[in-house]
Design a protein. Structure first.
Length: 144
């Protein structure tokens, strides 16, 4: 039951983060405390990109582990990732980076776990907690 509560908390945190991220970058770029970095003429890196990339990887890990351990959540975590991509409307390069990190998280556990074990359950719980923390940090810092 504790894991289910954490998963609900993660889903809610990510939902809140998604809602706040839509306008967060524009607000943050206008303030003096977060410089905007560019990697090309049209490429802008949001100040929360490191955390968002890590969240993408965490979501990929959760997606694999929760399905492996028969959580009956279907594509829930992939859908969360799709929602992030939709709300961020990233450039093709940034979108590819976010997807790549999701896939990295998924594949890292796919290579280690072929069936659900106690350590896979523990790993899923830890990643859910990390996802909640990352969502909270993004929302608190950038979701004004």
């Amino acid at each position: 039951m504790k894991v289910v509560h954490s998963i609900v908390a993660l889903a809610l945190s990510v939902s809140v983060a998604l809602g706040c991220l839509v306008g967060a970058f524009a607000q943050q770029a206008a303030s003096n405390d977060a410089p905007v970095t560019t990697t090309g003429p049209a490429e802008i890196i949001a100040p929360y990109d490191d955390k968002l990339l890590r969240l993408s990887e965490v979501l990929g890990s959760i997606h694999y582990l929760r399905n492996l351990c028969k959580a009956n959540e279907g594509p829930q975590w992939r859908k969360v990732m799709e929602d992030i991509l939709a709300s961020e409307t990233p450039s093709e390069r940034r979108k590819a980076s976010l997807i790549s990190r999701f896939n990295r998280g998924y594949n890292a556990f796919n290579e280690v776990y072929g069936h659900c074990t106690a350590s896979a359950v523990v790993a899923a719980e830890r990643y859910v907690k990390e996802g909640v923390l990352l969502s909270s940090q993004i929302t608190t810092r950038y979701g004004r």
